[in-house]
Design a protein around this ligand. Sequence first.
Ligand SMILES: C[S@@+](CC[C@H](N)C(=O)[O-])C[C@H]1O[C@@H](n2cnc3c(N)ncnc32)[C@H](O)[C@@H]1O
Length: 276
Amino acid sequence: MASSASSQLPGDLGRLPEDLGDLDAFKREVSQLIGVNLAGYQDRQMERRILTLMRQEGASDPTTYLEVLRSDARKLREFALGVTIHVSEWFRDAGRFEDLARVVMPELLARFQRLRIWSAGCSVGSELYSTMIVADRLGALERCEFLGTDVDAEVLGRARAGVFDAGEQKGLAARDARRYFEPVGDGALQLRPDLVDRARFERHDLLADPYGRRFQLILCRNVTIYFTQDSKARVYGHLSSALDVDGVLFLGNVERVTPPDSSLQPVCPSFYRKRA
Ligand SMILES: C[S@@+](CC[C@H](N)C(=O)[O-])C[C@H]1O[C@@H](n2cnc3c(N)ncnc32)[C@H](O)[C@@H]1O
């Protein structure tokens, strides 16, 4: 997968047309159809994506597009995939994963007997499995539990299968490919079944569903960048509550907890520790 969210949609619109007319109504209606509330996402980005998808479909206006989506389950599915961006990589932002491997995870392992690790907005699973490989290198697999969640059921199915085609192997080093995967044809790699079996994947909407508790490490990377400020603040508050004291929140490379949350102390770029 490519790494730039903004380059996801071919023909993405540089400017929005003046008359967005019934786009608000469209967003409300389509949110019901796909089960994801689009009101929590930044308007301009979301509207660009909707209009791009609408034009790719050849629909002239949101009302017509809504009719198409109502009557065609496959197109509705494509729409849902198109509005929730699924770009992911192995060991995304390699320097941050080095910090995880050298400093953060060893400290967590020194502090806690067991680590419950949650990749929130896990897409096809490369992020959670990268963390699993880090734990394996530290000899700590048996002490860790791995949960991946996403709002999108399709990517979760792919994460559970643990098969990554050639386009989904960005960031994966050849030595890791040899050690942890089996080739399954057409350049695709199957993650070792003993590792796939260690991960649990569940559907969870960060903007709507109740959060679990007592995690020691939460990765929420490149997910909230699409959310409104209000939604971000709520999500970070919930993620903080889901962490044990001294647990760590791991964000994407350019992400910050904004507005700052007093319960989350920045420790090094991209990492926050839950305060007592
Ligand atoms: C850009 S991908 C990031 C994947 C991975 N975290 C990474 O950084 O490589 C964003 C993921 O967030 C998911 N997502 C978007 N809105 C969500 C929500 N409200 N709740 C949970 N996941 C969401 C998308 O379906 C997508 O798989």
